[in-house]
Write a protein that binds this ligand. Sequence first.
Ligand code: CA
Length: 223
Amino acid sequence: MEDESSIRGFVVINLKRAGYQVVEAETGEQALESLAQHPDIRVALLDIMLPDIDGFEVCRSIRAGGGKMGIIMLTARTGEMDKVTGLMTGADDYVTKPFSPTELIARVDALYRRVGDEPEPEVRYEIKSGPFVLNTKTRILSKNGERVKLTQVEYTIMKMFLENPGTALSRENILQSVWGRDYYGELKIVDVNIRRLRIKIEDDTTNPVYITTVWGYGYKWGS
Ligand code: CA
């Protein structure tokens, strides 16, 4: 939103060049109308000095309507008041005129990333324990950074262990969680898979330290 067409054109050209789709408005009223028509707008650039309602008012309206978009105020004045008022009305950032395209785009990019639908950080998918990292998104286990190839059953058992470190898990519990409640099998299948898993992850299978045995009950992650 900018009433001076030369500045508006300059902003629009640079935003488009940076890969953004742009909706222009010349007045505050137009801006509010456009925003209603395009609820998916992610970043609003609002000039403060306008002939009808000022940029602060538009900003306030956006926030009052529950708008979650990023808002950058474009101000011709360098006064601290603009910044304070802008931030108080709900703006996220402000750019002082004259600004360079690089500066403007950098601010827009930063705000766009902040308000955007960012993918969840990879770290949320990772369960770490000692030398192990289990990525629950890719279903890959690594030990000291090296991939350990697992079957789907082994993966499910590992996940259960890593989600319950230090907890004694009964063989029945493991059987039900991994193979499902309706599985009618012998508990021995648990032992067979634990043995195979140990071969893959333990340094010394005769003296397992990661998957330990809880005698007469089941298994546990750690000692
Ligand atoms: Ca203006």
